[in-house]
Write a protein that binds this ligand. Structure first.
Ligand code: GAL
Length: 422
C-alpha cells in the first residue's frame, strides 16, 4: 500500500507540482515565455514582433510575454533588469549587447548559462563570423545568441530637403559645417538630436571620435593605447561642441525616434544615429533612396562602428525550455531574415538571404564585409557598463557647458577608473 502511494506521488503529484511551477517542464510548448527588451519604437518593435510570430507558429500554446521597458539603448531597461537579476527574478531571456555589456555585466557575475551547446547542436559554429563568436565568448564558452549587426556611424538625411536646397551630402566635417550653414540660412535645423537619457549624445560623439582619429586610434581608446589627454580627443571635443551648435534646441527632451521624426518631417535635414533609424523610417512608410538617404557619418567612410543585439539565458529562468526554444529561433536563418529587414540591421549570420534586404541594408552588408570594424561605446561593445556610465556623465555636463578641457579630463579619468588606462 505504501509503495502504491509512493508511485501515485511520483507519477501524478510530482508532475502536477512541476507544471504548476510555471512551466518547469524540460520540453518547450506550454506555460509562458517572458522576453525582456527595450524595443518599443517603430522598426525595432516590428522586428521583435516578427520573431514572436515565428515562435508562436512553432509553440502556439506558449503565452509570450513581451516585457519591454521603453528608452533607447536600454537606458531604463538596464536598471530594471539589474534589479530583477539582483532579486533572482530574471526574465526567461533578455536583450543584451554582445561584448563587454554581456561579459562584464552578467557572465563574470555568474548570472548566465553558457550556450555553446545550442550553437553546436544547431550547426551554427560556422554560420557566424569568428569575430562575432569571439565577442560572445568567455572562458571557452559562448554566452548569448546574436540576432543582428547594427552600424552606429550613419548620417541619415531627408532627400527632399537636400534636393530643394541644392545640397550635396557631406562626407567630411568641413562639408558637414558648410551644409549646416546653408540649412541655417534656409531656416531648417541641420542636425536632429534626441538625447534624453544622454546616450544619443555619446552615440554622436563616438562617430566624431572615429572621424577625427581613424579606426586604429579609435580602437586604442578602449585598449588604453590612445591617449585620452592627447590632441585628437581635444580636437574631437571641439568638433563636437561646434556640431552641438547646429542641433534642435529641444534635443534634451527628445528620444532618438522623435529626432528621427524631425528628419522624416523635413523639420531637420540630418541625424546621426544607428541603423535602427532605418527601421524607424521604414515603419513610417519611407523608402531608402526615395524619402531618405544615408552616408557614413563625416570622415568615417571605410569604417564601421558595430554593435550586436543578442539574447541570453539567465540562470534560474522560470521557463527555461521555452527560453531555449526562443534562443533557437533567434539564432536561426528564418528568425534573423524575418527580424532584421524590419529592424534595420543585418543578420549576424553570414547566410542571410540578401534578396530580403533593401538597398540600405545591402550596402551595410557590403560595408560590414569590407570596412575596418570598430566597436561602439554607446552600445556596450567597446567598454564595460561602468565606463559607459562615467562617459555618459561626462557627456551630460559637456552638452550643457561645452567645456572641452573639463570633458577631456573626465573622459581620461573614466579610462583610468575602468582600469584600462594608467
Ligand atoms: C540600441 C540597440 C538597438 C536599438 C537602439 C535604440 O542600443 O542595440 O537595437 O534598439 O538601442 O533603441
Amino acid at each position: 500500500m505504501k509503495k502504491l502511494y509512493l508511485l501515485v506521488v511520483v507519477l501524478i503529484v510530482v508532475p502536477l507540482l512541476l507544471a504548476g511551477c510555471g512551466g518547469g517542464s524540460d520540453k518547450p510548448g506550454s506555460g509562458k515565455l517572458e522576453i525582456f527588451s527595450w524595443w518599443t519604437a517603430g522598426g525595432e518593435a516590428d522586428g521583435l514582433a516578427e520573431m514572436f510570430k515565428i515562435y508562436s507558429g512553432k509553440y502556439p500554446d506558449v503565452e509570450v510575454i513581451n516585457a519591454t521597458v521603453a528608452g533607447g539603448a536600454g537606458t531604463n531597461a538596464k536598471a530594471v533588469l539589474a534589479t530583477r537579476m539582483g532579486a533572482d527574478d530574471p526574465p526567461d531571456s533578455f536583450q543584451v549587447h554582445a561584448g563587454h555589456e554581456l561579459i562584464d555585466s552578467w557572465v563574470k557575475a555568474d548570472k548566465m548559462e553558457p550556450l555553446t551547446s545550442i550553437f553546436k547542436d544547431n550547426g551554427w559554429m560556422d554560420k557566424y563570423p569568428q569575430g562575432v563568436i569571439d565577442i560572445l565568448s568567455y572562458n571557452g564558452e559562448i554566452w548569448s545568441v546574436p540576432v543582428n549587426i547594427h552600424r552606429s556611424n550613419v548620417l541619415w538625411y531627408n532627400t527632399k530637403v537636400f534636393a530643394d536646397n541644392g545640397l550635396t551630402v557631406p562626407t567630411s566635417f568641413d562639408e558637414f559645417f558648410d551644409v549646416a550653414n546653408r540649412l541655417i540660412a534656409a531656416d531648417i535645423t541641420p542636425l536632429a538630436l534626441g538625447d534624453n537619457g544622454i546616450w544619443a549624445a555619446t552615440h554622436l560623439f563616438e562617430s566624431v571620435l572615429l572621424g577625427t582619429m581613424g579606426p586604429e586610434k579609435y580602437k586604442g581608446l578602449w585598449a588604453g593605447t590612445t591617449d585620452w589627454n592627447g590632441p585628437e580627443v581635444k580636437q574631437a571635443l571641439e568638433t563636437m561642441a561646434k556640431i552641438l551648435g547646429y542641433v534642435n534646441r529641444d534635443h534634451a527632451a527628445l528620444s532618438w525616434d522623435q529626432a528621427a521624426q524631425y528628419v522624416a518631417d523635413g523639420a531637420a535635414a540630418m541625424t546621426i544615429m544607428g541603423d535602427w533609424a532605418e527601421g524607424y523610417f521604414k515603419s513610417k512608410n519611407m523608402t531608402p533612396n526615395v524619402e531618405f538617404g544615408w552616408t557614413p557619418s563625416p570622415a568615417t567612410a571605410g569604417t564601421f562602428i558595430m554593435l550586436s543585439d543578442s539574447f541570453g539565458l539567465p540562470k534560474n529562468a522560470k521557463d527555461r525550455a521555452n527560453a531555449l526554444a526562443w534562443l533557437t529561433v533567434c539564432g536561426s536563418k528564418e528568425g534573423q531574415d524575418a527580424f532584421n529587414p524590419k529592424k534595420g540591421s543585418i543578420p549576424a549570420r553570414t547566410d542571410g538571404d540578401r534578396a530580403l534586404y533593401d538597398a540600405y541594408l545591402q550596402s551595410a552588408m557590403d560595408d560590414f564585409g569590407s570596412n575596418a570594424i570598430v566597436p561602439s561605446l554607446a552600445h556596450g561593445a567597446a567598454a564595460a557598463e561602468g565606463w559607459v556610465t562615467a562617459f555618459n556623465d561626462a557627456m551630460t555636463l559637456f552638452v550643457t557647458n561645452l567645456d572641452v578641457a573639463a570633458a577631456q579630463t573626465a573622459m581620461a579619468k573614466a579610462c583610468v577608473d575602468a582600469g584600462v588606462c594608467k
